[in-house]
Design a protein around this ligand. Structure first.
Ligand code: NAD
Length: 361
């Protein structure tokens, strides 16, 4: 990487405070002088939504949240925003909920205050996604970047441990892929390395004590760094693979990222040795060629995380087709050249949950 780069930092306020969500949301509503708040939160996000809105008036609520934002849901939510006369969108929930608020903002320009309850990180990016006829379209637009993010670790305590683990690994994937994604720069890489450190420590703490806030705070901090790095660096090989798998075969987002990550790291690492060594050190392991994968797998072992794509729901007989779908979207600057046979080998190993180091050159 040359030391000549062009970095854009997206502008948003972050209010971080455990137990302070109601106070921080009320402060934002006052700052925006908002009179008609449209709350976006799924039924399953009732409890965090109730806590986030304890000190404000809500004009209406949209609970019509579905994974990957189907266009029909987006249309209905946009109509509801108009009927409500909304002047502020308050999203409380995971990446799917933030995604629906973004869909409303994309056409209305309404500001979003985002209160994340998972580690997906959508709150810190200007990327939107919509799904129609099983095809997901994404794009970047600063109108969808939440104006403010309010983090409160207590809201993530209700996230089951298994989902906390896969969601945290989704954030780890943002960090790892940011080390070699198309627009990566030294600022993204610094954020990504610190994100890995925070997420690894947070995941371990949550695994040991799911009811403790310490690990949850570290994970939210790490998830934010991960998303900021990812928003600037763009989608690398890992995200391109997961995007294709999620869109074409309707796989669960976080579990898919969790399964694929060790294989992309093992595939790219030997061709991106500086990045691999920094990743290894961030995992607390030896800074050598194999340290990154070893550090990630040791974490998976501790957490009981699965890196078998078959367990995420991928059928074995679509592997060849999936490799063909990924090939045209492989980033041109990927550290290691990628052939269709490489992708088939990667997906086959990941499907079976085989030792990722078998992908070494
Ligand atoms: P999700 O939002 O679908 O949430 C998973 C499940 O957990 C849902 O049933 C949800 O209701 C529930 N849930 C959320 N928070 C909870 C809590 N605190 N307690 C109990 N249950 C809770 O999944 P996700 O992994 O957060 O987000 C995935 C989506 O986000 C995907 O569509 C992905 O494409 C998108 N995403 C977008 C970006 C971006 O930059 N645009 C970045 C990351 C992810």
């Amino acid at each position: 990487m040359s030391w000549e780069f062009d970095h854009v930092t997206l502008g948003q306020r972050v209010r971080f405070g455990t137990g302070k969500v109601a106070e921080n949301v009320a402060a934002e509503v006052a700052l925006f002088d908002a009179r008609r708040v449209l709350l976006v939160a799924a039924e399953a996000e009732d409890e965090p939504a109730r806590r986030a809105t304890a000190d404000i008036d809500v004009a209406a609520r949209c609970a019509d949240v579905r994974p990957h934002v189907p266009v029909d849901n987006a249309h209905r939510a946009r109509e509801q925003a108009v009927e409500t006369g909304a002047d502020l969108l308050l999203s409380v929930g995971g990446g799917s909920t933030t995604g629906l608020a973004k869909a409303i903002a994309l056409t209305s320009g309404l500001p979003i205050v985002a209160v994340p309850t998972t580690y997906a990180g959508s709150e810190a990016t200007n990327v939107w996604g919509l799904t129609e006829h099983a095809r997901k379209t994404t794009g970047s637009d600063d109108r969808v970047l939440p104006a403010t993010v309010v983090y409160d670790a207590e809201l993530t305590l209700s996230l089951p441990v298994e989902l906390s683990v896969t969601s945290g690994c989704n954030a780890l994937a943002h960090c790892v892929d940011s080390m070699w994604a198309p627009r990566t720069d030294p600022i993204d890489q610094a954020l990504a390395v610190e994100g890995i450190r925070a997420l690894a420590a947070g995941l371990r703490a949550v695994g040991q004590d799911p009811a403790g806030v310490d690990g949850r705070e570290r994970m939210l901090y790490g998830a934010y760094l991960a998303a900021v790095a990812f928003a600037s660096a763009g989608s690398g090989l890992h995200h391109k693979i997961c995007h294709v798998l999620g869109g074409a075969y309707d796989l669960p987002h976080a579990a898919t990222h969790t399964a694929v990550l060790p294989y992309v790291l093992a595939f790219n690492g030997p061709h991106a040795t500086d990045a691999a060594m920094r990743i290894a050190t961030a995992f607390g392991g030896a800074a050598d060629a194999d340290g990154a994968v070893a550090g990630l797998l040791a974490l998976y072992d501790e957490l009981g995380a699965s890196h078998a794509l078959r367990e995420a729901g991928l059928a074995e007989d679509v592997i060849a087709e999936a490799a063909g779908l990924v090939l045209p979207v492989v980033p041109a600057g990927n550290p290691r050249p990628v052939s269709e046979a490489d992708l088939t080998a990667l997906l086959t190993a990941a499907w079976a949950g085989r030792d990722p180091t078998s992908l070494r050159p």
